[in-house]
Write a protein that binds this ligand. Structure first.
Ligand SMILES: [Ca+2]
Ligand SMILES: [Ca+2]
Length: 312
């Protein structure tokens, strides 16, 4: 029996020596990661949605931008829906979202992107069971804003407007063109006003300034309003088709006066929506008083003019 044991011990010793030598040659005791023998399509998807287009830091060349991400693993077609979120640069103010079913290996949605702004966007995948995977936050700059190089700081052109039917029927000051040019309102409540448009309940007028307003310290835009301090809501945009971004919500307007003017004014700051520059403004009634019960011929905010305080 001892003769039989000796060769066995020798073989064992040799094997141990060889193994020790191999470990020394490798220089590490860590086992290599096994390579999968089969590859399924989902195995190659990233752990989180990943931007394909637009590339991180890109500048848009169109107002409608298609956002595309590589799907996250486990959030592929038939497994998830994707929410694309476009927001201001800081990410705090939302501009648009779109929710779509996952495509095959990648998912796309188209959003309208404001011109002249640096923005942020993300895509979040949500599974049927409520699990989520969110992409990195990517930066995108909107298409370049075109601005006239010269001209005054007032509105040049009405691009759209809305005054409710009741207000159109009952109000006396329905000419939206009265917001163009410098403030010029005259008259009074007894004899009638000139130079204003009464917007009616939640009515609005959208104007093209041709020049652009730029954000600087403090307020950048001034709206002139007659008759008490009826509230005004103001939106800014880089295109006449928006998106319209609100920079003041029902701000009391018209109780501060410049020498020689009958209209008072209120001011707005582009920074309220992280806007760096804007060419178009939507002036909206913020009084919100029902025309049907209003006993007046100038219902709603009465707008005389709008002025850029900081010209580009
Ligand atoms: Ca400002
Ligand atoms: Ca006017």
């Amino acid at each position: 029996m001892r003769h039989l044991q000796r060769p066995t011990s020798l073989v064992t010793s040799l094997l141990l020596a060889v193994l020790a030598g191999l470990a020394a040659c490798g220089g590490s005791s860590t086992s290599p990661t096994p390579t999968p023998t089969t590859t399924t399509p989902s195995a190659t998807l990233p752990a989180r949605p990943t931007a394909i287009a637009p590339a991180a830091g890109a500048t848009a060349t169109t107002d409608e931008v298609t956002f595309t991400v590589q799907n996250a693993s486990g959030f592929d077609q038939g497994q998830a829906e994707y929410t694309f979120r476009l927001a201001t640069r800081s990410g705090t103010l939302e501009i648009a979202t779109a929710q779509v079913a996952a495509g095959s290996r990648q998912t796309s949605a188209t959003l309208r992107v404001p011109r002249g702004m640096t923005l942020s966007w993300t895509a979040t995948a949500t599974s049927a069971s409520g699990q989520t995977a969110t992409s990195d936050t990517y930066t995108l700059t909107g298409a370049t804003l075109s601005c006239a190089a010269s001209g005054n700081a007032y509105a040049k052109r009405v691009v759209d407007w809305f005054i409710p039917a009741c207000s159109l029927a009952r109000n006396r000051y329905n000419d939206v063109q009265q917001v163009l040019g410098p403030p010029d309102s005259q008259g009074n409540a007894t004899n009638g006003y000139t130079g204003i448009v009464s917007l009616g309940n939640r009515g609005r007028v959208d104007v093209d300034m041709e020049r652009c307003a730029v954000d600087g310290p403090g307020n950048d835009v001034r709206v002139f309003q007659r008759a008490s301090a009826e509230p005004v809501t103001l939106y800014a945009a880089g295109s006449p088709d928006g998106p319209w971004l609100m920079i003041g919500d029902r701000l009391p307007c018209g109780d501060v006066f410049l020498p020689g003017l009958r209209s008072g004014y209120c001011e707005f700051d582009l920074a309220a929506f992280e806007i760096s520059e804007a060419r178009y403004f939507r002036i909206e009634d913020g009084e919100h008083y029902a025309c049907e019960i209003a006993e007046t011929d100038s219902e709603g905010a009465d707008i005389d003019a709008i002025e850029i305080l900081r010209l580009k």
